[in-house]
Design a protein around this ligand. Structure first.
Ligand SMILES: Cc1ncc(COP(=O)(O)O)c(C=O)c1O
Ligand SMILES: N[C@@H](CCOP(=O)(O)O)C(=O)O
Length: 462
């Protein structure tokens, strides 16, 4: 299995190199050259299997010879052992035909744990075998950072630097990143918003002298391994509702387009998915683009769903690559236009995108109202991101096709918004009960590439 860049100018790589290198050297994102297929019989055979076994069967063809069968299974089992629910991604029914996939039972209470716990295992195994070490730099609007720190804290072969937007993550998210005591963990509060963090991270990958000197690696959804691990719960959810003998739709609270792109990969593998609904908050560039074809960046408006306060949606590039017939030069041209503020998706590409994706948005008022109503009438306390999903999903229900909305974070990560809407302040799980008493350790930094690179080099003593 080979991976190719969306910009067409970087060498094709195997799974392990793709995973360890992050961004392609031409600035693009890696995608599989071909998508492995699962027949209806293969999908039917997933019924009743434990999550780990489904994960193995879905991901195995993508991994090639990077790990032997027994090792790959062991890594998967290790990855999900710390989850607080036996089903890993349980489904609950919200209303007739509408289900919620609870993806927040991992160690940091967000869906990021599904992929991050696994790539933590895969990095450790691959680096041990190679006798190598890497510097991970991650950009976060709150959840990727805490999940990455949890997955990589204390590992000898890794330093992990997380850039988060100062003052724009929830207090729980911030403390998850700033309170770990391990010396290989470095939380950096950047003066800017998430898009600045992600842009500086991509600048570092494109600055080869720095990239090679620190052995830079990425664990954002830039990393194909992240997307791959997220494909699995689309399968477990759909199979639980009758796939492949019944079509299923998904609504995904969306920011960087990684999670919904994982759904698209599941569909391309053969899972009978009807609609993939992109649900955005007021930072709705994806909804506007799918509605009009214009992908035009605007200033980010801070919201009560801070993890989705994103305007430059990294993985949309992967979807565009397919929509433009895998024409790397066309994608490179669009990404150049994006630097100047945006681009227009061609009519043909827009029609291709609309074959798979539809979209909706929720305002701040609608998000709060959804939390209130879900608590009062559905018995579910939703985080603001998940509430956006449920709000948008309700506008795309079809009596003939079950809808699954992904609940991407635990409500206790965003207690202020949840309390405002429901009157309930959800408690953190027991194992995190002292989070607010632990001392914080964080470095404040300007939105400046040279300053950030110097800081990282000093910390790893280069
Ligand atoms: C809680 C939560 N919901 C939704 C999203 C959006 O997911 P994606 O960036 O994969 O679109 C994020 C951040 O990525 C998140 O942290
Ligand atoms: N919402 C994310 C933003 C980064 O997304 P990623 O999936 O590319 O890592 C976050 O919580 O950090």
């Amino acid at each position: 299995m080979k991976y190719v860049s969306t910009r067409g100018q970087a060498p094709a790589l195997g799974f392990e190199e793709t995973m360890l290198s992050g961004l392609a050297r031409d600035g693009g994102l890696y995608v599989p050259e071909t998508i492995p297929q699962m027949s209806h019989a293969d999908i039917r055979a997933l019924h009743g299997l434990p999550y780990e076994e489904v994960a193995y069967r879905v991901m195995r063809p993508f991994v090639g010879d990077a790990f032997d069968d027994a090792t790959f299974m062991r890594l998967i089992e290790n990855a999900y052992a710390s989850f607080g629910h036996a089903a890993r991604a349980p489904l609950v029914q919200l209303a007739p035909g509408h289900f919620l996939a609870e993806l927040f039972h991992g160690p940091t209470l967000a869906f990021k744990d599904f992929a991050m716990q696994l790539i933590g295992q895969m990095f450790e195994e691959a680096l041990k075998r190679r006798g190598d070490r890497v510097t991970i730099v991650g950009a976060t609007s709150g959840d990727t950072g805490s999940a990455a720190i949890e997955a990589f804290r204390g590992l000898d072969a890794v330093d992990v630097f997380i850039l988060y937007p100062h003052g724009r993550v929830s207090e729980v998210q911030r403390r998850q990143m700033t309170t770990p005591t391990e010396a290989n963990v470095h939380a950096i509060a950047l003066d800017g918003h998430f898009d600045d963090c992600q842009a500086r991270l991509k600048d570092m990958f494109n600055h080869f002298e720095f990239r090679d000197a620190v052995r830079l690696a990425g664990v954002n959804s830039i990393n194909w391994g992240r997307v791959l691990a997220q494909v699995v719960y689309f399968f477990t959810s759909a199979v639980a509702l009758g796939a492949p003998d019944r079509r299923v739709s998904f609504t995904v609270p969306t920011g960087n387009f990684g999670d919904i792109f994982a759904g698209y990969i599941a569909k391309r593998m053969g899972l009978p998915i009807d609609k993939l609904v992109v649900a955005t908050n007021q930072n709705d560039i994806l909804h506007r683009c799918l509605s009009t074809g214009d992908y035009l960046t605007d200033s980010v408006a801070p919201s009560i769903s801070p993890s989705m306060d994103i305007q430059v949606s990294s993985n949309f590039e992967r979807a565009l690559f397919d929509a433009y017939g895998r024409d790397g030069a066309a994608i490179a041209q669009l990404m150049d236009e994006l630097k100047a503020g945006g681009f227009h998706v061609s009519q043909g590409a827009l029609e291709k995108l609309r074959e798979d994706f539809t979209s909706g948005r929720a305002s701040e008022v609608e998000t709060l109202a959804m939390i209130t109503r879900a608590h009062a009438t559905m018995g579910e306390l939703l985080c603001p991101h998940s509430a956006i999903g449920v709000h948008v999903a309700e506008r795309h229900l079809d009596p003939a096709v079950p809808m699954v909305t992904l609940a991407t974070a635990h409500p206790a990560k965003f207690p202020d918004a949840v309390e405002q809407a429901s009157g309930l302040r959800p408690p953190l799980p027991e194992r995190m009960a002292d989070l607010f008493d632990r001392p914080e350790r964080v470095t404040r930094a300007a939105n400046d590439l040279t300053e950030l690179e110097t800081l990282i080099k000093e910390r790893i003593a280069l």
